[in-house]
Each structure stands twice: as structure tokens, then as C-alpha cells.
Design a protein around this ligand. Sequence first.
Ligand code: HEC
Length: 297
Amino acid sequence: MEWILGRKHGGKRAFTKGDRCVECHGEETETIGQLIVSGESEKELEPNLIPGKRGSIPVTINATHDDEYLYLRFNWADGDHAPVPFVEGGKMDPENPMKLAFMVATDEVEYADRAGCWGTCHADADEMPFAPENQALKDSELAARLDLSAGVTKYLTESRTKIELKGRRGKALGGWDKLKSEGDLTAAMAANQYMDLVRYKSGADEVEDGQIMAERTMHGGQGAEVEASLKAGTWSVVVKRKLKSDQPGDVSIEPGKLYNFGFAIHDDFTNGRYHHVSLGYKLALDDDQAEINAVKQ
Ligand code: HEC
């Protein structure tokens, strides 16, 4: 987000005024992805290149619902293995050929209406350019309030008192250490300022439910059922999730409302930030205004 709102992004002004990523980039995700993975982007967005990695994945989403459940079917073609040169054995997460995550948020979350998952990604997250040193994380008094054992995770702007966007006089971008008080965080959760998150790991055949607010937590929530298969070179992931939930960190999906939806795929045994991320889309029940329109079965 610091890059999106910073000096090097041509869309900054219009984005701040309300334009969505898809309005400008919806037709060019393939081109942008290729520029980034090949290192040809003038923006120098990716220093750690993986030769042969594909820049994008065309994914089809089929969405339906009944009275109780939302069903999402994701389909995409598996790619060739591109060994990662900076990881022994070439696979970052050898246990999991593929991981899929999706998130749902209401408009209460700043930028979720425009940016989908991108709003949770900050320049000081683990493996990002301004990730703090391990020692700084250990020494921080915030280690008592955040799980910093695997670095700084995704977080929402609402959870911080300040986020550095400009980086003048060498200031680190981001705001991981500017955590609001517990009282403010509780109030933000109560005001639906969180992103509901479901993740599936193909090797472990495991479904996790969690949310992103002050940090990414992968426990809590009502969960979901996932059936995944790789047949004749095509991944198929079918998610069955209750529309309504009374669990904290979950978003209940009701007719007549638009929700913000984004998803990410860890393709080819990747981990951490090396995933493909969708732009932000709208999800709704029986509403063809939404890009992901779940139709009644
Ligand atoms: C108002 C239109 C607009 C919006 C909205 C917008 N962008 Fe951009 N984006 C641009 C322009 C213009 C460029 C710059 C092209 C250039 O300078 O070569 C750009 C560049 C980029 C690039 C760099 C591509 C490269 O050359 O490496 C990425 C990545 C990107 N935008 C992502 C996003 C994301 C993610 C969002 C939403 C959070 C977003 N943009 C919102 C207009 C927009």
C-alpha cells in the first residue's frame, strides 16, 4: 500500500479519490505480472527473480449459493515447475504444491472497496523491503501483543496510529510498530474493520479460517469445507462456506449487499510474498453488478 500511495505509482491520485485497481488494470494483469516476474518493470518491483516463473494465472471462478451456503469453484491450469534459485531444492514450501486463500471484507475496511487484499500488504511485512530486523522484533514491547515469530504479517491501516508513506529523511515505510491501544483495536473489530480470511493448503489438505486486523491470525471463525484436485493439468478447488456466521472475524453474506473479495494463489510450492494476488472484486448474491455473482442453485 505504501507503494500504491507513494510517489512511483502513476495511479496514486485517482486511487486516493476512489478509483479501483480493476478500473485501471483489469485488462492488463497479464502484462503487469510478466513485467514484474521478468524484472523488466521500470518500477523495479521484484529483486528476487525466479527464472521461468509465470507472471499471471488466468483463474475462473464459478459462484453459487443455496439458503445456507456459498459455493466457490476456482479453476486454473497448473504451470511448469520453475525452481527457485535462492532456495535449496528449488521449492519454498515442498509440502504444499498449491495454497489458495480468499478474503471477504465490508466497506468498513479502508481501501477494501478498491484494493481487495492489497490493502493488507505493507512495505514492512516479512520479506518486504522495509521488514524490520529480527532483533528489533524480539526487543519490541509489541512482541507481547503481536505474534512476531515469523516477522510482521499483513495488517490493516485501521490498526495503526500512523503509517509512513513518503519515507523522507530515510524513514522506513509502513507502520508495524505504531499499533493502536487494545481498546481502539477492540472497537475497530466491533465496527467490522477486519478482513475475513480462509486458506487451503493442498499438501496438508488443511483448511484454516482467520482474519486480518492488527495482524493476520489463522485461527477462529466458522471455517469452510474445501475439495481440491489436480486432474489433467487443471486445479479445481471447491469451497463450501456458510453464508452466515456468528464467529468474530467472519463476514456474514446477505442478499442485497456487495462485499469486497480478493484471492491469492501460492503456485508451484511457493511461500510468503511469492504468491499471485488478484485485484479486488465485488462478491454478491444474485446481483450481476458483482464480478463474482453467486447465483441461487
Ligand atoms: C487511476 C488508475 C489507477 C489505479 C486506480 C491504480 N493504478 Fe496502478 N498504475 C496506474 C498507472 C498510470 C501506472 C503507471 C504506468 C507507468 O508508469 O508505466 C500504474 C502502475 C502500476 C503497477 C506497476 C506496473 C509496472 O510497470 O511494473 C502496479 C503493480 C500497479 N499499478 C498496481 C496497482 C494496484 C494493486 C492498484 C490498486 C490498489 C492500482 N495499481 C490502482 C494507474 C492506476
